[in-house]
Design a protein around this ligand. Structure first.
Ligand code: MN3
Length: 199
């Protein structure tokens, strides 16, 4: 049974960068929809019902063929949003071991921001951009639809949802403006915590 995890803060906590109405619809409708659909897909499979969504997504080959697409899409939708909610917070600072590692890899925060923003802006259609640890190294990647990096053996540290439902009410077609705003609500304490777990 997949749970609809708590958001952990109020819908208006990220204003004005991410508006309350977007957060409410995103969490209570879109995210809840993925939870419901994932549960409907695994309903008849007791082996899967006992597993955490992370475990299921880390081993897509173990999913019965008839529900593989439904679980990849909806289970991915559940996990990706669960993770996304945790890395959002206003007024944290870019610091700690993750800051050192990003500065070492990209040369500066600004260069990292430029590369991450470029990858995010050019993700065609719906999907996600991520900062991950892949084979021990920091990488910026994007995934289409609700595919998750944990299905490819990577460890996510940071992500941005670039489905239109994540920004359209406030930003309409201006995805770059949403990306710029997103940099004000990255929870660097959490990202650093995820990074330290990989060290
Ligand atoms: Mn979304």
């Amino acid at each position: 049974m997949v749970e609809h995890v708590e958001l952990g803060y109020s819908y208006n906590a990220l204003e004005p960068y991410i508006d309350a109405q977007t957060m409410e619809i995103h969490y209570s409708k879109h995210h809840k929809g993925y939870v419901n659909n994932a549960n409907a897909a695994i309903e008849k499979f007791p082996d899967l019902k006992d597993k955490k969504i992370e475990e299921i997504l880390k081993d897509l080959n173990a999913i019965p063929e008839e529900i593989k697409t439904a679980v990849t899409n909806n289970g991915g939708g559940v996990f990706n949003h669960n993770f996304f909610w945790t890395i959002l917070k206003k007024n944290t600072s870019f610091s700690g071991k993750i800051a050192d590692a990003i500065n070492t890899k990209w040369g500066s925060f600004d260069k990292f921001k430029e590369e991450f923003s470029k990858a995010t802006a050019t993700r065609f259609g719906s999907g996600w951009a991520w900062l991950v640890v892949k084979e021990g190294k920091l990488e910026i990647i994007t995934t289409p639809n609700q595919e998750s990096p944990i299905s490819q053996g990577m460890v996510p540290l940071l992500t941005i949802d670039v489905w239109e439902h994540a920004y359209y009410l406030k930003y309409q077609n201006k995805r770059p403006d949403y990306i710029e705003a997103f940099f004000n609500v990255i929870n660097w304490d959490k990202v650093n915590e995820y990074f330290e777990e990989t060290q």
